[in-house]
Design a protein around this ligand. Structure first.
Ligand code: SF4
Length: 315
């Protein structure tokens, strides 16, 4: 079953841009498309701007902090409200998504650092596309990324990790959350959270420990918020090393001296940047195949997403 992910239509090769062209992204379409069921949407076409059309841009009117989206040829033609309304009308399918990939720099779709023009001087890159900003405000926990940033191996891994966690979270909600199921969900994600942020890991542990049947419903949004906030932080090499050493502890009764030394060395090599994360994880998986441990076998850290995506080979 593929994971539902929203996407700016032009990234899938649809000719919906102002100039009648597209911005097809081959990694997104060919690689991620094997795992994600893309839901393409073009807000500018949705509001009836047509193809081709005059380009639009973000402006800050003199004496105001408010950002508006207007035609580049006639700043009196203002599309802000229409783009906001378009995002509101899509909320019914946005709520089913586990992630969203947006076209960078677009005054409608850009996630951040979109050019905002003023009367004076150079534009400032501090805006967000109107459609994207409304969608992100409506669904603040939704993993969102821009196609341009997916070229960075750590940002790519981080986004895909969050999409898969959101997918499992939605499955948990569908199955009917109980205190036991939430505790199990948290236990299976603990090592992933630890690799992103140790402080958030401790805070989420406390939150889960205080959840009871009578406050479960009330605490779920706080848990999801804490989880996605932690996962949004890029996992550092130092945190991964801590997690790998923690996992290594589960093997201490089972490995001989040589195997232990080899594992220590491989983790050190990862810390030094000599080998990528896939190397210590592969060696650990090899040892756990011979010496199974239920907690590690159920932890999503060891297999957070399909290994065919090769994400841990690049970080
Ligand atoms: S509005 Fe969004 S989907 Fe449409 S062409 Fe622009 S960036 Fe692409």
């Amino acid at each position: 079953m593929k994971i539902p992910v929203g996407i700016s239509s032009c990234l899938l090769g649809e000719n919906v841009r102002f100039d009648g062209g597209h911005k097809q992204h081959s990694y997104v379409q060919q690689t991620l498309g094997q795992y994600f069921e893309f839901r393409p949407f073009c807000p500018e076409v949705d509001i009836g701007l047509g193809i081709p059309r005059k380009p639009i841009r973000l402006i800050r009117r003199p004496g105001s902090d408010e950002i508006r989206c207007v035609s580049t040829v006639d700043s009196g033609q203002d599309f802000t409200d229409a783009l906001t309304e378009s995002a509101q009308q899509q909320a019914h399918w946005h709520q089913e998504l586990c992630g969203y990939i947006l076209k960078r720099a677009s005054p409608s779709c850009g996630m951040e650092r979109v050019k905002v023009y003023t009367d004076k001087g150079m534009p400032i890159n501090d805006g967000a596309g109107i459609y994207a900003a409304t969608m992100m405000k409506n669904f603040p926990e939704l993993p969102v990324e821009e196609e341009g940033r997916l070229g960075d191996s750590r940002l790519r891994e981080n986004f895909i990790q969050r999409v898969y966690v959101m997918w499992r979270w939605k499955r948990l909600l569908e199955s009917g959350v109980t205190v036991g199921r939430l505790v199990d969900f948290h236990a299976r994600h603990k090592l992933i959270i630890m690799s992103h942020d140790q402080q958030d890991y401790r805070a989420l542990g406390k939150l889960v420990a205080a959840i009871r049947k009578d406050n479960l419903e009330q605490q779920l949004p706080d848990y999801l918020h804490g989880l996605m906030k932690a996962l949004k932080k890029i996992a550092t090499v130092g945190n991964h090393v801590n997690v790998l050493q923690h996992i290594q502890g589960y093997l201490k009764q089972n490995l001989d001296r040589e195997d232990k030394q080899e594992l220590v060395q491989v983790i050190e090599d990862y810390r030094s940047g000599i080998v990528p994360l896939i190397v210590p994880i592969t060696l650990l998986n090899h040892h756990f195949r011979r010496n199974p441990d239920d907690y590690i076998a159920r932890s999503w850290y060891m297999k957070p997403y399909p290994s065919e995506l090769s994400l841990t080979s690049d970080i």
